[in-house]
Design a protein around this ligand. Structure first.
Ligand code: GLV
Ligand code: MN
Ligand code: MN
Length: 428
């Protein structure tokens, strides 16, 4: 019988990773006591790096913090300086998060290295565990800043982006508890990296429905993030007759319903307005502008883009009919990211070796793996989470499932070590 949740800090491989995620779920590892929120470059982020640094060192790794505030633990191979298998995920969270999204993948990586180090096992390659600092984009408008830095695809313009308090990325970096080198120095040379493996909770209901603890990811969906601002005329809520208003609020409402209608028309398409703000924002003021975000995803970029074109054409028609202004800003464009076929087959065999049938499934959620694919071949392992609930404090993982994940990851590492020259590099 499945027993969800975990309170013990002891326990075997994987189980301990879940317990450590639970430890990181409260202050000082969270910005707030009433909910888990750990955004990039906050004191809560710095505190979590302290805990991770200790756990990485205990597992036999040397540890450094790179220019993007990623914590990187390295377990050398048979020869010092060998190319590395990177095992990673992110340590930042959304606001009011669950405890396992991202953190579990990092802690499973530490558990795997701990197992290698206890067995005094050195491999033909180094193993590095990496805790990315910003995958969610919950502080700054774009996400994946930290894996972009490692993949060498960070746009220098990102340094100018601002958080809700008006602080730009460069200022937030300067205020961080750890001294950070240049962000560009976080980039890895392709020759130094063998592959990237990420374990992550599924954040969906498929594994639970199939009665499986883990699954193998075939591809990650394409995603775009946009910011739209509809402008009208601010005015007095008591004196301006309805017929004489140029109120962007109802236009935004129409736009949101349009997004729901268009994205609801296809199984594979999802569209979300996750943030909406009326300005100046008062009971008694007709807003002068309304800003809202769009997050739109589909398995392939072309399907996403066709839907987005109809959405934007529809929003333009709505604002024109109402005599309002519109500005559209594309904040982020992530194309779909297929996992590497050879690594995926290796991961499937590793899952099978734990006695679990390896189910292949696609990811609707974005992951650092999709950015790391620009640097090296990638593979992803999903772990069942209760009812598929995620981005929600109710997120729950069975420690026994995390134990299966750890065993599969170690079997994957073994298989990679048995591969001639220790490396698949990138499959054609
Ligand atoms: C991250 O969790 C995302 O899918 O946006
Ligand atoms: Mn997330
Ligand atoms: Mn995540």
């Amino acid at each position: 019988m499945t027993s969800w949740g975990c309170t013990s800090v002891e326990g075997g491989l994987g189980e301990r990773a879940v317990a450590r995620c639970d430890q990181l779920g409260v202050p000082p590892f969270s910005e707030r006591a009433d909910q888990l929120t750990r955004r990039y470059l906050t004191p809560a982020h710095a505190a979590s790096l302290e805990a991770l640094r200790r756990w990485m060192r205990e597992a036999g790794m040397s540890v450094r913090c790179d220019g993007a505030a990623n914590l990187v633990g390295r377990y050398e191979g048979l020869a010092a300086g060998a190319p590395a298998l990177l095992i990673g995920s992110h340590i930042d969270t959304v606001r009011a998060a669950g405890r396992y999204d991202g953190a579990l993948g990092v802690l499973l990586g530490i558990d795997c290295v701990d197992a290698l180090s206890r067995a005094r096992r050195r491999l033909p390659f180094a193993v590095e565990v990496i805790a990315f600092g910003d995958e969610e984009g919950s502080r700054f408008p774009t996400s994946m800043t930290c894996s972009r830095a490692v993949a060498g695809t960070v746009d220098p313009g990102l340094l100018a982006m601002r958080d809700a308090d008006g602080l730009n990325l460069d200022e937030a970096r300067a205020a961080f508890a750890e001294p950070l080198g240049p962000i560009a120095a976080a980039a890895r040379a392709p020759g130094d990296v063998l592959a990237y493996l990420e374990a992550h909770i599924e954040q969906g209901p498929v594994l639970e429905a199939r009665g499986l603890p883990v699954g193998v990811v075939t591809a990650i969906a394409a995603q775009k993030r946009l910011r739209l601002t509809i402008t009208g005329v601010a005015g007095h809520a008591g004196t301006t007759p309805m017929s004489l208003r140029r109120d962007p609020g109802p236009a935004a409402a129409e736009a949101i319903l349009l997004i729901e209608r268009i994205c609801g028309g296809s199984e594979d398409l999802v569209g979300t307005v996750g943030r909406i703000e009326a300005r100046p924002g008062a009971y008694n003021v007709i807003p002068g502008s309304v800003e809202f975000t769009i997050d739109i995803r589909a398995p392939i970029s072309s399907a996403r883009d066709v839907a987005l074109e109809s959405i934007l054409a529809g929003v333009e028609a709505i604002v024109a009919r109402r005599g309002l202004g519109l500005s559209i800003e594309l904040v982020q464009d992530l194309p779909e990211s297929p996992s590497d076929p050879a690594l995926t087959a290796m991961l499937e065999a590793a899952v099978r070796s734990t006695g679990v049938a390896p189910l292949r499934l696609a990811s609707g959620a974005a992951h650092d793996a999709m950015v790391m694919a620009a640097l090296c071949p990638t593979a992803m392992l999903f772990i069942r989470c209760k009812a598929g609930v995620s981005h929600n404090p109710a997120e729950s993982v069975d420690p026994a499932d995390a134990a299966v994940a750890a065993r599969a990851m170690l079997a994957f590492i073994d298989a990679l070590a048995d591969t001639p020259a220790g490396a698949p590099r990138r499959s054609a």
